[in-house]
Design a protein around this ligand. Structure first.
Ligand SMILES: Cc1cc2nc3c(=O)[nH]c(=O)nc-3n(C[C@H](O)[C@H](O)[C@H](O)COP(=O)(O)OP(=O)(O)OC[C@H]3O[C@@H](n4cnc5c(N)ncnc54)[C@H](O)[C@@H]3O)c2cc1C
Ligand code: FES
Length: 283
């Protein structure tokens, strides 16, 4: 890099987003929508499963959103967005072709290499499926990298289930175990009923010494699911969760996400249960 390009590079603010464009949008449920983005600069992006982006709507604000597409070097990015406030409600009204800002990827993501060769168990509740889906896509695309792949997914009602097309594919695949449940079935529902922990009794026994569990969902689900995997004998260092804190910068600068001396936006959002035990108020 010559001196002039170095000066230009160092003058670009880390807060400056790249311009992205919505190229695919569909409603999953009343509250959640799927969005696929590409970058106007045509440069693509490289990221790991479990990382997130700061998505900005110009003149409205910015929000951290997990990447839900499979990891690697790609031209596009997928996200699942729940309408919660200013930015996310705007995104729900967006149309294909609309421009938004994208900063990132941020966060540590899942350490997929650390669990390579192990059996992987995903326990996802509601929107927690979004970051898990990125890892699941990678695990199913490179099936030999992992031992058994088990996916447990729970939603409140059948209408609130996300990624319906993926769920059908996972249910049909013979090289992974997939179980689905809803808390409150409707008249159309013929599947499992009850909270996600009821699914643990439906899966073949896992070897605790070689299993890593990824439990991503609401805190109440995490609390009970972690008891199940601890009872199965999994080590705390092989149980992973995601800590969602209020985030602003995503860069370890503003302190919004800080728990004690830990910046969740940088050291997380993925932590092992052993680490979370040290950050009790994080969950
Ligand atoms: C690492 C990370 C990954 C995330 N991934 C996703 C994702 O994949 N999909 C998705 O839809 N959302 C995700 N979120 C949550 C999302 O960032 C918030 O819902 C978002 O900030 C709302 O922005 P907004 O401008 O629409 O809402 P605002 O107008 O900022 O606020 C809406 C309401 O939500 C509250 N709120 C804002 N942020 C949070 C938060 N982090 N936790 C709890 N309450 C909050 C506000 O106090 C307010 O009541 C993620 C958050 C984090 C930290
Ligand atoms: S969000 Fe600013 S320090 Fe983490």
């Amino acid at each position: 890099m010559n001196q002039q390009s170095q000066q230009i590079a160092s003058s670009v603010s880390p807060y400056a987003p790249r311009v992205g464009r919505i190229v695919d949008f569909k409603k999953f449920t009343d509250r959640e929508a799927y969005c696929r983005f590409v970058f106007d600069d045509g440069q693509g992006i490289s990221y790991q499963a479990g990382q997130f982006m700061e998505v900005s709507v110009f003149g409205v604000g910015e929000a951290p959103i997990s990447i839900c597409s499979g990891p690697g070097q790609r031209d596009d990015l997928e996200m699942c967005i729940r309408a919660a406030g200013d930015v996310t409600n705007w995104l729900h009204k967006a149309e294909v072709g609309d421009a938004i800002g994208l900063r990132g990827p941020y966060g540590n993501g899942f350490d997929m290499d650390r669990v390579a060769g192990m059996d992987v168990l995903f326990v996802a509740g509601g929107l927690g499926l979004a970051p898990c889906r990125s890892f699941i896509q990678a695990a199913l695309a490179d099936r030999k990298k992992f031992g058994r792949v088990t996916i447990l997914y729970g939603g409140r009602t059948p209408k609130e289930l996300l990624f319906a097309d993926d769920l059908k594919v996972w249910a049909k695949r013979e090289d992974c175990e997939f179980q689905l449940t809803v808390d409150r079935p409707d008249e159309t529902w013929t599947g499992n009923k009850g909270v996600i922990t009821t699914l643990f009794r439906k899966i073949p026994k896992l070897d605790p010494a070689r299993t890593a569990a990824f439990i991503i969902g609401p805190p109440i689900m995490f609390k009970f699911a972690v008891l199940e995997v601890l009872a199965m004998g999994l080590r705390k260092a092989n149980i992973y969760c995601s800590l969602e804190r209020r985030m602003k910068c995503g860069l370890g600068k503003c302190g919004h996400c800080q728990i004690r001396n830990v910046y969740v936006c940088q050291e997380g959002p993925i932590f092992t249960y052993a680490e979370v035990m040290r950050l009790r108020e994080g969950i």
